[in-house]
Design a protein around this ligand. Structure first.
Ligand SMILES: *Cc1c(COP(=O)(O)O)cnc(C)c1O
Length: 457
């Protein structure tokens, strides 16, 4: 089956034809899930001793399986955080797959790692970190947050060891109660506590809030040792950006590592109209931004950047007899900077797209989504049966439909999906069910917003 035959030739043509058509379909079909029973009935058994053949497997995918997957790049997919890869990035994903690149070490993947580092360099420069900063593309914001927090704790332990201090009985992460769920997931994996900080009225974590929470924790739980402050640059539910400057000030004064979770929002550093919101990120010890969210790369791709990569390497390098030949010198091995070893060079599609279109095109595309989000907020404000939760800071617009109970929200959402109109799942704010539109696809226009809002009357 590793030989290249005439049948392989036909399969290659079929796969490339499918890919090309899917990439330029306008509109892309929204599609939607099916039950396991329906899928079993339509697809039938596919994994058999003699195989069903490439043509048939591709047919089953195209006709049965793909239509049972929601198209994340549909212009009226506004749930969660959508993904809207550029054609260049998706096409290059094929090239990455075809090239059999091992992206874990410099020795094996130098060219790929060089290119990935170019892309990371742009992000790092947007944030204002020094040229010595660096990092790695990992699978998602969750793994990026975990890896950064592990590095932060390791750095604290190492500093204590050097100072002849004992290990703390209990470590803690200081984070806003609005921080992403992956921060508490990381705390659980690491078996550390969380010092939860109530944000201000406007939803932002401030330095003063952090200072108060640290003082309260020190008084109430003297054995608890905070080692990191996590700020969020664009909360997933409302897009709120914490007051990074004041948080940085207090975190530094308290000797804490500052981690900025910008998985969704930090892409807006590239938008001149929003850059000011990120002041203070240049003081971060680590930050995260997901190109698979608002930077138009296909899944899965999260950028994790450290101010001092050596601290991350000390925490994450794996040592084993069979790995030692990879350590030839000063080269940059991506596996040293997160909780992973083997990795796909998943930053390459993002790099290729940046190289193709240029960074200015990214700024423009992000500004366009901000414009459409502002349009949506403006319309919501003017419609008497809708109530805007807050002015969008970034590209998330959240609001209530007056007079609706939970069941109304959910049946509206299901009807939108089953009719192929759009995908908008309800969220909640302060315990009340709400509608939330996350605009990250530059192909989502004012007319798409109108279709969704008109369906609410
Ligand atoms: C999406 C998101 C995450 C998690 O990222 P994944 O790529 O889904 O793992 C973490 N933090 C924030 C703020 C996010 O928006």
């Amino acid at each position: 089956m590793h030989e290249w035959t005439e049948e392989t030739e036909r399969l290659a043509a079929g796969v490339l034809a499918y890919t090309t058509e899917r990439l330029h379909l306008r509109p892309v079909p929204l599609d939607g899930p099916q039950t396991p029973t329906e899928l079993a009935k339509e697809a039938g058994p596919t994994v058999t001793p003699s195989g069903i053949g490439g043509a048939e497997a591709l047919r089953v995918f195209a006709e049965v399986l793909a239509p049972a997957c929601i198209s994340i790049d549909h212009p009226r997919y506004f749930s969660f955080i959508p993904c809207a890869p550029t054609p260049a990035s998706t096409l290059f994903d094929l090239v990455v797959g075809a090239s059999s690149i091992y992206g874990g070490s410099w020795m094996e993947g130098a060219g790929a790692v060089y290119a990935e580092n170019e892309a990371l360099g742009w992000l790092s420069q947007l944030a204002g970190l020094p040229p010595s900063a660096g990092g790695v593309f990992v699978q998602g914001g969750t793994l990026a947050n975990l890896s950064a927090l592990v590095a932060a704790r390791h750095a604290d332990q190492a500093a204590r060891e050097r100072a002849g201090l004992a290990r703390p009985a209990r470590y803690a992460i200081a984070a806003s109660t609005e921080a992403h769920s992956s921060v508490s997931a990381a705390a659980a994996v690491m078996d550390v506590d969380i010092i939860g900080i109530e944000p201000e009225e406007d939803g932002r974590l401030t330095g003063e809030g952090l200072r108060r929470a640290l003082a309260a924790a020190a008084a109430e739980r003297p054995g608890l040792v905070p080692f990191v402050a996590v700020a969020t640059a664009g909360t997933t539910n409302l897009g709120i950006v914490d007051d990074l400057s004041s948080v940085a000030e207090v975190a530094k004064a308290a000797g804490l590592w500052l981690h900025v979770d910008g998985a969704y929002g930090a892409a807006a550093m590239a938008a001149p109209s929003r850059r000011h919101l990120f002041e203070g990120i240049e003081r971060a010890d680590s930050f995260v931004v997901d190109p698979h969210k608002w930077l138009f790369s296909p899944f899965d791709c999260a950028a994790l950047i450290y101010r001092d990569p050596e601290l991350a390497k000390a925490a994450h390098s794996q040592h084993a007899a069979y790995l030692e030949p990879l350590r030839t010198g000063e080269e940059w091995s991506p596996s040293d900077y997160a909780v992973h070893l083997t990795r796909r060079a998943r930053g390459l599609p993002f790099w290729f797209s940046l190289a193709c279109y240029g960074t200015a095109a990214y700024s423009e595309a992000i500004e366009r989504t901000l414009e459409v989000a502002a349009y949506a907020a403006g319309r919501v404000r003017r419609l008497p049966h809708l109530e805007l939760i807050c002015e969008p800071v970034l590209s998330i617009v959240a609001f209530y439909r007056k007079g609706w109970d939970d069941a109304d929200y959910y049946s509206w959402s299901e009807e939108l999906l089953s009719s192929g109109t759009g995908f908008v799942v309800p969220t909640s704010h302060q315990g009340r069910t709400a509608i939330r539109l996350a605009v990250v696809n530059p192909r989502s226009g004012e007319e798409d917003i109108d279709i969704i809002l008109d369906s609410l009357s």
